[in-house]
Design a protein around this ligand. Structure first.
Ligand code: BGC
Length: 787
């Protein structure tokens, strides 16, 4: 057992040679850390991913320096997942849970925790110590190839779901890797492009989810990202990895690179990326040379080695070799999570749920009903040990009560498309209800590939349009990485968004279709009506290696609200088979000041006739804020389980920070608005109750002055006038009355202070003198991100 205490860790580091330190900081092969037998240091095993464990026997069990391992890695990252398991031949079967895109719609942290526990059990079974997830990059654009892995366009949901998954893992002895830090929001030129993001958007959106998770669940590792951030490689970004992550947020775990993300190993180590993965001989050689040349401070190297050892200790202390995972229980859990997350987008005329007693003929159309797309493609994929077929699960409900048939229909381009659509329209003429399983267009998608369209497969759009035109009672089930355009939305009866539902998705869908499960998922992203409405569309995906996030803090629903654009379905939307009445909202305070948050109590009842769950969303809307802000922002949520007629009161705690914005001129979170409206809502566009709190803003910070600051700004500083009079009195040998008169002359000019002053005094006062006066007045300002 490897259980050194802190002193013993220091002592081990002290005994290491430079070569051993380099080994320890550089991994071993694709998926392990290096062992150092001389010092009794074991290695640990890590692998992907956050919706299922991908244990490759050829890559992990085979030798560490397998020449083919890079090929094997690239093959996995570039793979297109299918349910048949072909390319997973060397991957051990494991549970494929709903992907991040669907889990985010659960808005259920307890379920996320249970999924983390199950993942930990499978890791323990396989001997995996560290799971390389979850990823919480903001779903800034639905085109992003890895959108399916991530939870939301909002940092609050992303953060809370991830924190729960991580706690579920780590409470059961398996480490997590919170990734990809930061701003890896699209796949285009993903290892080189610079995400150019202003600091306010970083703080309020892109870093906020990470900050939340670090505070709630202390992930054992954080993975730095592939991309550059404001011009600097994320893995080499000192401000990001040291100033913000470690100093401001107090993170004391390990930072691991994304696979081959490091360009300059010395810079990465100095910036805060401790562990370079996977092993690379050239990078090791360069690190050794940098250490030997004294280019890296020895304490930086030793601290990183200490963090690797601390991680190895945690992993080894908690390993439970030989504890078999209960895959059947995990299959049941994957069904439950999917059932609690699938979103009922539309249900015209209460088409759903289907009543098996009144159905005569049900037709299920589409290949996805038999071979469902249960996960996205890339490094996060899992070899599912079992997959529910939606059709089989639906047919199991028929018994001798109704006829059910499946009609194959591919999402691939087909010769004779109109003939096959015609045949399906005819074949469904006697059906009471037709359920179409539809998929997105797939020429580009998954890890390494952003989509270039939000369209469904052309054949599926055409089929749905034809069936709707023929008057069929039509239910569409969507499998997709992120939103799709639905030009036929007004013509179909019901739509279920199942995203990537994992191996239990087929059963989950059957339960929802027949009302055994009341749908209770809500969208964790907005669904724009068309691709052109995507926030930041005009600067996506950037040019010449730079991607400007032009929408700033106005990401997702914040953008649609700002621009008053109606999305096809708003953030937070999801229907139920029952109805909920929002009855009362109470806030324990009438005013928000700089000293305390508040508690909000919301009472909601089930006003329908079946049991159901409602995701109650709490938004904060600032009135007349100091800076332009999103109209409303999600600040808390709760999922309530209510029997018909039952009412429950849920209590939300809002903190100070929930009312503040990040002011880059002060490097601080600032409270400044006339008032705040706290809103209880069923979606971001369905506000049911609100309460207003007045705001006692903090006194505004002093302006930062330079010689060319406009004079109005200079004299807004309460000490500027006196400082200038004193300075002129001494420097120009004039009386204090003359100095006061000189200062008075400069007032009222719209020009810069020094330009104005020099009109009266020529160059008898130097610009540097004024800079000196102002420097003494200026507040201290923190380190800012590079650009
Ligand atoms: C991905 C990471 C993943 C790593 C190891 C990279 O390509 O970006 O998310 O954990 O590979 O598979």
């Amino acid at each position: 057992m490897f259980q050194p205490n802190e002193d013993e860790i220091q002592s081990l580091v002290g005994q290491m040679t430079v070569a051993e330190k380099v080994d320890l900081l550089s991994g071993r092969g694709l998926w392990k850390t290096a062992s150092i037998q001389r010092l009794g240091i074991p290695s640990i095993v890590m692998t992907d991913g956050a919706h299922g464990v991908r244990y490759s026997t050829t890559q992990i069990d085979a030798g560490d320096n397998d020449e083919d391992s890079l090929q094997a890695f690239l093959a996995v990252v570039g793979q297109q997942a299918d349910a048949s398991g072909g390319m997973f031949g060397t991957t051990r079967p494991a549970t494929c849970f709903p992907n991040g895109n669907l889990l985010g719609c659960s808005w259920d942290v307890d379920l996320a925790y249970r999924m983390g526990e199950a993942l930990a059990a499978e890791c323990q079974d396989f001997g995996v110590h560290l799971l390389l997830g979850p990823g919480i990059n903001i779903r800034r654009t639905p085109l992003a190839g890895r959108a399916y892995e991530y939870y939301s366009e909002d940092p609050l949901i992303s953060g809370d779901i991830a924190a729960a998954v991580i706690s579920g893992l780590q409470d059961n002895g398996v480490g997590a890797s919170l990734k990809h830090f930061a701003c890896n929001n699209s796949e285009i030129e993903r290892t080189t492009t610079s995400s150019d993001v202003n600091e306010r958007a970083l703080r309020e959106i892109y870093l906020a989810g990470f900050e939340r998770v670090i505070g709630k669940s202390a992930p054992w590792t954080v993975m730095s990202a592939y991309n550059r951030l404001n011009g600097i490689q994320a893995a080499e970004h000192h401000w990001l990895l040291s100033t913000v992550l470690r100093e401001e947020w107090g993170y004391d775990g390990l930072v691991v690179s994304d696979w081959h993300a490091i360009k300059d190993r010395g810079a990465a180590l100095a910036a805060g990326t401790d562990l370079d993965m996977p092993e690379s001989q050239p990078r090791k050689a360069r690190l050794r040379a940098a250490i030997e040349a004294g280019d890296l401070a020895p304490e930086v190297v030793d601290a990183a080695c200490g963090r690797v050892l601390a991680l190895v200790r945690k992993c080894k202390m908690h390993e439970r070799r030989g504890a078999p995972a209960d895959l059947d229980a995990h299959h049941a859990l994957s069904r439950e999570i999917a059932a609690e997350s699938i979103v009922l987008l539309r249900n015209d005329g209460k088409t759903l749920p289907l009543d098996p007693e009144r159905l005569r003929e049900l037709l299920i159309v589409g290949d996805g009903a038999v071979i469902p797309v249960i996960q996205g493609s890339g490094s996060a994929t899992t070899n599912p040990y079992r997959v529910d077929s939606p059709f089989v699960q639906i047919a199991a409900r028929a018994g001798d009560r109704f006829n059910v048939r499946h009609l194959p229909f591919s999402s691939a381009a087909q010769v004779g498309l109109s003939a096959s659509i015609k045949a399906i329209v005819q074949a469904t003429s006697g059906a009471d209800v037709v359920v179409v399983f539809a998929e997105n267009e797939k020429s580009r998608h998954g890890e390494g590939n952003d989509r270039d369209t939000l369209k469904l497969a052309a054949s599926h759009d055409a089929l749905i349009t034809a069936l709707a035109a023929a008057g069929r009672k039509l239910v569409v089930v969507l499998s997709m990485p992120d939103t799709v355009e639905m030009p036929w939305i007004g013509d179909v009866d019901a739509v279920l968004a199942s995203f990537y539902a994992g191996q239990g998705g087929g059963e989950a869908l059957a339960r929802i279709l027949f009302g055994e499960q009341n749908p209770c998922g809500k969208l964790s992203v907005s669904m724009p009506a068309r691709m052109q409405d995507i926030p930041g569309w005009h600067t996506y995906p950037g040019e010449h290696g730079r991607h400007v996030y032009s929408e700033g803090v106005f990401v997702g629903y914040r953008f649609y609200d700002l621009k008053a654009i109606a999305p096809a379905f708003p953030f937070g939307h999801g229907l139920s088979y029952t109805t909920f009445a929002y009855e009362t909202i109470e806030v324990d305070k009438g005013e928000i000041g700089a000293d305390a948050g508040c508690t909000v109590r919301v009472t909601v009842s089930n006003s329908g006739s079946v049991a159901g769950k409602e995701v109650v969303q709490l938004y904060v809307r600032p009135l007349a804020p100091g800076l332009k802000r999103p109209i409303r922002e999600l600040k808390s949520f709760a999922k309530l389980d209510l029997q018909p007629g039952e009412a429950r009161t849920v209590s939300f705690t809002l903190t100070q920070r929930d009312f503040r914005y990040f002011d880059t001129s002060r490097s601080a979170w600032v409270l400044d608005a006339e008032a705040f409206v706290v809103e209880a809502a069923a979606s971001s566009r369905d506000i049911r109750l609100s309460a207003t709190l007045s705001c006692r803003p903090e006194s505004s910070a002093l302006p930062v002055l330079s010689p060319n600051s406009p004079t109005a700004l200079v004299f807004a500083h309460p000490k500027a006038e006196t400082a200038l009079v004193d300075f002129f009195f001494a420097a120009l040998s004039i009386s204090s009355a003359e100095a006061t008169a000189l200062v008075a002359k400069t007032k009222g000019s719209f020009l810069g202070f020094y330009d104005t002053l020099s009109w009266y005094v020529g160059d008898s006062v130097k610009e540097s003198d004024i800079a000196g006066v102002f420097a003494r007045l200026n507040d201290h300002h923190g380190e800012a991100p590079s650009s």
